[in-house]
Design a protein around this ligand. Structure first.
Ligand code: SF4
Length: 323
C-alpha cells in the first residue's frame, strides 16, 4: 500500500509577468519518502519545491493547489534546506542562538530547554564539541559544518516535509555524501519526507525513492527511482542519464543532450523537448503530450514506447553542441 500523501500538488502553475515557468505540475509527497525533483537549470524544479513551502518570490503569481495548506504552520510541518547555507544563517548571531530561536518560535519552551535542544540538534548532525560550537558564529564553521547546521535548523522542529534545494551544489564529493547521509538520517529519525531538488542523477540513483523529472516547467516523468532510472520512458530522462560519465563507451565521446532548454515564453509548438529529441515526429510538434500512466509511472511523451533499452543509445550518435 502506498503511504498517505503528506502533500498533494495539483496543477501547480507559477508565472512571472504573465509568463508561466511552472506549467501545471501535479504530484504527491508521501510520508517517509525521498522524492527527487530533477531537470536542467530553468526546468522549474526550485520554484516547484518552493511553492510547497509557500515561499515563492514576491513578484511570482501562483495557481493550482498544494494540500494541505501548510503555510500557517511553516517551520513545524515543512522546512527548507536552501542551496546557500551561508545565506540561511545570520552572520551576527551564534549558531546555537539561531537554533534555539527556531525552537522557541514554534514550541512553547523556555530558554534553557531551547538551548539544550539546539546543542543536541548540532550533535545529531555530527558536529563535534557541539556545546562549544553552539556558541560560535557561522563564519567560524567550515562549509560542510555550516551545511549540517542548516540541516539541524531545518529538522529541529520535526517537520513532516523537508525540502532541500540543491543542498550539495557548493560541496565537494566527500561533503556531498556526508550532507546527504545526515539529511537521510534526520529524515528517518523524524519520519519526514524529503523533497530533494537536484540536477545530479547520481544523487537520485543513490538517495531517491521516487523521482519527478521536469522539463520546461512540466512533468516529463514521475515514478519509482529504480524503475525510471533503470528503464526511462521519456526521451528527456534518457538524455539526462546518457550524459552521465559512466555511459561513455571507452574511446568514444560522451553521449550528450544537444542544445539547451527553451526560454519560458518562447516555447516551441507541441512538445517543448521536440527540438532536442531524437524521436521527435510530426505529432510531437502538433500537441504537447499530457502525462499518462505507463508501467507504474507517469510519462509525458507521445512516443514513450519507442524509447530503446538501454536508452542511452538514443543519444549515442548525436553531435555534441555546447550548451
Ligand atoms: S513527445 Fe515527441 S518530442 Fe516530446 S519527448 Fe516524446 S518523442 Fe520526444
Amino acid at each position: 500500500m502506498k503511504p498517505d500523501p503528506l502533500l498533494t500538488v495539483r496543477d501547480l502553475r507559477v508565472a512571472f509577468r504573465g509568463v508561466e515557468v511552472v506549467r501545471g505540475v501535479s504530484f504527491e509527497v508521501r510520508r517517509g519518502e525521498v522524492l527527487a525533483v530533477v531537470g536542467e537549470s530553468g526546468a522549474g524544479k526550485s520554484l516547484t519545491a518552493r511553492a510547497l513551502l509557500g515561499m515563492l518570490p514576491a513578484e511570482a503569481t501562483a495557481g493550482g493547489t498544494v494540500r494541505p495548506d501548510l503555510s500557517s504552520e511553516r517551520g513545524r510541518r515543512i522546512s527548507l534546506v536552501p542551496q546557500d547555507a551561508l545565506s540561511a544563517l545570520s552572520p551576527v548571531h551564534p549558531v546555537g542562538d539561531q537554533l534555539a530561536a527556531a525552537v522557541r518560535s514554534v514550541r512553547g519552551v523556555g530558554r534553557k530547554e531551547a538551548r539544550a535542544l539546539a546543542v543536541s540538534a548540532l550533535e545529531r548532525v555530527g558536529i563535534a564539541d557541539a556545546a562549544r560550537k553552539a556558541r560560535a558564529f557561522p563564519h567560524e564553521y567550515s562549509g560542510g559544518m555550516r551545511q549540517r547546521a542548516v540541516i539541524a535548523m531545518a529538522t529541529i522542529n520535526e517537520p513532516d516535509v523537508v525540502v532541500a534545494d540543491e543542498p550539495t551544489t557548493a560541496l565537494d564529493e566527500d561533503h556531498r555524501d556526508q550532507v546527504l547521509r545526515v539529511l537521510g538520517e534526520r529524515r528517518e529519525a523524524v519520519g519526514a519526507a524529503l523533497v530533494l531538488v537536484t540536477h545530479d542523477m547520481d544523487v537520485v540513483r543513490e538517495h531517491a525513492d521516487r523521482v519527478l523529472v521536469m522539463y520546461a516547467g512540466r512533468l516529463t516523468e514521475l515514478g519509482p527511482a529504480k524503475a525510471v532510472l533503470g528503464r526511462p520512458r521519456a526521451p528527456y530522462t534518457a538524455g539526462l542519464l546518457a550524459s552521465l560519465p559512466r555511459h561513455a563507451p571507452a574511446g568514444r565521446r560522451l553521449p550528450t543532450l544537444r542544445g539547451t532548454p527553451p526560454a519560458p515564453g518562447a516555447l516551441p509548438p507541441g512538445c517543448a523537448f521536440a527540438p532536442r529529441c531524437p524521436l521527435a515526429a510530426d505529432d510531437c510538434h502538433a500537441a504537447e503530450p499530457e502525462p499518462q500512466a505507463v508501467e507504474g509511472r507517469l510519462v509525458a511523451c507521445h512516443r514513450w514506447a519507442e524509447v530503446p533499452h538501454p536508452a542511452a543509445e538514443l543519444f549515442r550518435e548525436q553531435p555534441y553542441v555546447a550548451s
